[in-house]
Ligand binder design. Structure first.
Ligand code: SF4
Length: 528
């Protein structure tokens, strides 16, 4: 569905801001690939681009790939920006640059929807999801694209049903330059974890696209050059279990039709381990990774943050179950909780060893606006907005003790020997549980083989020759090569390399301790 009834032509420049370096952006892996430059195509901006009137021209720039140029700004009549809190500084910078060309700038997405006051310079604030605010923004720009005299705030009251969403305009993005493809089936989550802003922003009753929309999007992503893994960015892939079960047979059919070229990944609550009927179909559909917000192995802490659903199965057993369906678990971990004790770091490191999860995003607690945690800490006078801190939470334990525990966990969890041992387990045990699928003709083509060779060359040179952990790498690599497991070798090493480099920077104090930290850092590469 598109906005309709607009006769005027407009030229809209959609700019996606750079990410601040984080666990989950994998930028240290990019030099090992065949030209990846960014993480995932941004769903929100590409969706808005698809919703604009058909006769409007759209240019899309992801500043993780290249900065918006003078030519882009001179071409445009208005600029759209979207992003998360962590991109706040970069979004304000895009606004400043667009204003230098006297362009009206509109901002939408999760950050402005939660905190409109972070963006005082923008001309239009689009608060909420695609809906009547979007129609009003389009109507105003159609009438007059120049900058309004004062900021206009448009709030969505009536949302467009997700089943009416158009296919995001993936063709505007340079899809092969992304590490992962992105797709969204549902929005919202039925739970209410204390620190999470998803239920507040998107509701507790997940809204859905149809399976047919998802298949059409997957086809479009493939046409646009997506080769490896497509990530379901849904807040909780099993937020509506019936809908998940409705979708999975379509994904299985799609994989059969397209030759199992693409792997799938998603985010889901750990209680997915209690749903063998879902896990079995996910295995058939080639899901290879599930991100679970485990947050902490401490049952008291889970109870305190209202994440009791993580305890529906003993945590280690749940991870083992997911692994037994061929899926690696990626885990979110939070430190700095009120329930943390002096022994929390050691307990966490034990958990890392026992769970054999290679990738855990270990962050310090950050209070996000519009969450129950924010409200509680505000009441208790424990919010601290000092920009020099790694978290806006006044912890119960001394701040330095918490930050040092985090640094220690980062250092020890990502020692190359330990990390590659965890990957070894995943390659030997978890990957072996995957459905054996025929090698698609597409995989045997020269461009695909060439791609693999380029990645192997990069890995062997940059890690195997130049890397300071090359002995550990070769031990792992030779075992993979002996088993003919090139996919395990490339996939594991790429991510391990990022984690090792990121963790070293983090434990040395050069990275934020929270993915969500609003500590305003200088972006590493200037946008101009
Ligand atoms: S389960 Fe995940 S998405 Fe849902 S409220 Fe908790 S943290 Fe947020």
């Amino acid at each position: 569905m598109r906005a309709e009834g607009i006769e005027t032509n407009r030229r809209i420049l959609c700019v996606f801001p750079r990410y601040t370096s984080s666990f989950g952006t994998f930028e240290h892996a990019y030099p090992l690939t065949d030209g990846v430059q960014a993480f995932m195509p941004p769903q929100g901006l590409l969706l808005i681009a698809a919703y604009l009137p058909e006769n409007w021209q759209v240019r899309f720039v992801d500043e993780n790939i290249r900065p918006a140029s003078q030519d882009d700004f001179e071409w445009a009549e208005a600029v759209f920006v979207s992003g998360m809190h962590i991109q706040r500084q970069q979004m304000n910078d895009i606004c400043r640059r667009a204003h230098a060309f006297d362009l009206a700038v509109a901002i939408g997405g999760p950050s402005v929807s939660a905190c409109p006051d972070y963006y005082p310079s923008f001309d239009y604030l689009h608060v909420g999801e695609l809906g009547d605010a979007t129609d009003e923004l389009i109507r105003r720009l159609a009438q007059d694209p120049s900058r309004p005299e004062q900021q206009v705030v448009l709030k969505t009251g009536d949302r467009v049903a997700m089943s009416d969403f158009p296919i995001p305009r993936y063709e505007l993005a340079d899809v092969p330059k992304y590490l992962l493809g992105s797709i969204q089936y549902s929005s919202g989550c039925p739970y209410q974890c204390e620190f999470c802003d998803i239920p507040g922003l998107y509701g507790r009753n997940p809204r859905l696209k149809t399976p047919q929309q998802i298949i059409a999007e997957l086809d479009r992503l493939r046409e646009c050059g997506m080769k490896d893994t497509v990530y379901f960015v849904d807040d909780n892939f099993i937020g509506n279990r019936k809908a998940t079960l409705d979708l999975l047979p379509h994904l299985i059919e799609w994989q059969k039709r397209t030759g199992y070229v693409v792997r799938l990944a998603c985010e889901a609550t750990l209680n997915i381990a209690k749903r063998p009927e879902i896990l079995e179909k996910m295995r058939e559909a080639q899901f290879v990774t599930v991100f679970c917000g485990i947050e902490t192995p401490d049952p008291d802490a889970l109870k305190a943050m209202h994440k009791d659903h993580n305890m529906m199965v003993p945590i280690l057993e749940g991870i083992q179950t997911i692994n037994s369906y061929g899926m690696e678990v990626v885990s979110g971990i939070i430190m700095g909780l009120d329930t943390d004790k002096p022994g929390t770091a050691d307990a966490l490191l034990n958990f890392v060893d026992e769970s054999r999860i290679p990738l855990l995003t270990i962050n310090l607690l950050q209070a996000l606006p519009k969450t129950p945690l924010w409200d509680r800490l505000e009441r208790e006078g424990r919010l601290n907005e000092d920009d020099g801190r790694d978290s806006n939470v006044e912890f119960l334990l001394p701040y330095d003790q918490v930050v040092n525990s985090w640094k220690r966990c980062m250092e020890l969890a990502y020692q190359p020997e330990k990390l590659f041992a965890r990957y070894e387990y995943q390659c030997e045990y978890t990957h072996a549980q995957r459905v054996k699928v025929p090698v698609a003709p597409e995989m045997k083509t020269w461009p695909n083989i060439r791609r693999g060779l380029i990645m192997l060359r990069n890995i062997f040179w940059q890690v195997g020759v130049l890397g300071d952990y090359r002995a550990v790498f070769w031990k792992f690599a030779l075992r993979r090569l002996r088993r003919g497991d090139i996919e395990g070798l490339i996939g594991s090493t790429m991510i391990a390399h990022h984690l090792i480099k990121f963790a070293r920077a983090a434990s040395g104090g050069q990275q934020n301790a929270s993915n969500y930290s609003i500590r305003l850092r200088e972006a590493s590469v200037p946008a101009e």
